[in-house]
Design a protein around this ligand. Structure first.
Ligand code: CO
Length: 174
């Protein structure tokens, strides 16, 4: 596991990650994820983006909280997450991804979700998330299943991006 963020085009980003088990050093994994995330200034980073095919991601809303006081600052590591419920109501949010630099698109996703996961002490947590927290959770959760936000765009949106994506792909594979 490195600290370098893996870019679109690498097959690692398309693999399904395995469960984190107690013998894994989840604390170290989370530290590395936070380190890379803070360096790049993103909102979330998942294991596969550092070449670690484990079901772990970190969330850090501090870049948003700095701009918008209605957003609470949260910094946490999420281990072995599940999304147990999605609201029927959906909304758009402009997403980006540190593995797909320079691309930002409006993505339609459920507004509210109910999730369960483990924290770094292996305590099980269940909660209902909405707004930006639900958004980041869903984006990062997708990474654990080899899904990227561009997969959730309309075919027209994707078509318009294909040139840019191919460019990133060539760099990522190289
Ligand atoms: Co991402």
């Amino acid at each position: 596991m490195g600290l370098q963020i893996i870019k679109y085009g690498s097959p690692v980003l398309r693999k399904k990650s395995g469960e984190v088990i107690e013998n894994d050093n989840a604390l170290l994994m989370a530290e590395n994820l936070f380190k890379s995330l803070k360096k790049e200034g993103g909102l979330g980073l998942a294991g596969p983006q550092l070449g670690l095919l484990k079901r772990i991601f970190v969330i850090d809303t501090s870049p948003l909280a700095a701009e918008d006081t209605t957003i609470t600052k949260i910094e946490k590591a999420i281990v072995n997450p599940e999304i147990v419920w999605f609201s029927k109501e959906k909304d758009y949010y402009n997403e980006g991804c540190l593995s797909i630099p320079g691309i930002f698109e409006d993505v339609l996703r459920p507004e509210t979700i109910e999730v369960s996961y483990y924290d770094l002490n292996f305590s099980r947590i269940e909660e209902r998330l909405y707004g930006i927290k639900a958004r980041i959770f869903q984006h990062e959760f997708d990474h654990l299943n080899g899904i990227l936000f561009i997969d959730r765009l309309s075919s027209l949106q994707r078509k318009l991006l294909s040139g840019k994506l191919n460019k990133i792909k060539k760099l990522g594979a190289g």
